[in-house]
Ligand binder design. Structure first.
Ligand SMILES: CC(C)(COP(=O)(O)OP(=O)(O)OC[C@H]1O[C@@H](n2cnc3c(N)ncnc32)[C@H](O)[C@@H]1OP(=O)(O)O)[C@@H](O)C(=O)NCCC(=O)NCCS
Length: 149
């Protein structure tokens, strides 16, 4: 069954922190950092979760006030044993539905084929690179999405 995609609530925090550690290891955000993201929900963050009873995935957007027309996609992840079943696409579809009329920017490691494949499927284009940006010397790719009419 496909998970429900819904806005995160504070009760999701432990599940998200745990899944973030599974998905990103040493690059995971600390629980303090995640608490900070949740504190900004009333300001400029949108956090959506894929709910299967437990948190199966999440996406975090920085959505500035409306006079700023650029949204930043900060993070997306799906539980390893749930990948390639369409949950990433479900999360992206729900996230981009909240970005109508705006430009969305994100940054991704050049070797992250799964994420680049996911973003490319939604029409994200590479617009720039930061050479050697990540630990280990991997480039960062900057990608942009704009809603097409
Ligand atoms: C990137 C990620 C969120 C994709 O989630 P997912 O649920 O597996 O994605 P989906 O099943 O919805 O796949 C949608 C499309 O993405 C692309 N894709 C997903 N995994 C892929 C892979 N391993 N290789 C190539 N393309 C891939 C494909 O185009 C896929 O469509 P298809 O299955 O019809 O071919 C997931 O791999 C993940 O959590 N990765 C670790 C965290 C991460 O790197 N996040 C991005 C940086 S913040």
């Amino acid at each position: 069954m496909r998970p429900a995609i819904r806005p995160a609530v504070v009760d999701d925090l432990p599940g998200i922190v745990e899944l973030d550690q599974v998905c990103f290891g040493r690059e995971a955000w600390s629980s303090v950092a995640w608490e900070g993201e949740f504190e900004r929900l009333a300001e400029d963050r949108v956090i959506l979760v894929a709910d299967e009873g437990a948190v199966a995935g999440y996406v975090v957007l920085l959505v500035p006030p409306v006079q700023v027309d650029v949204v930043e996609l900060l993070r997306i992840a799906v539980a390893p044993d749930e990948r390639r079943t369409g949950i990433g696409r479900q999360l992206m579809t729900a996230a981009l539905a909240r970005c109508a009329g705006r430009t969305v920017l994100l940054e991704v490691a050049a070797g992250n084929e799964s994420a680049i494949g996911l973003y490319g499927g939604f029409g994200f284009d590479e617009i720039s690179r930061r050479r050697g940006y990540y630990a280990g010397g991997e480039d960062a790719v900057i990608m942009r999405w704009r809603e097409t009419a």
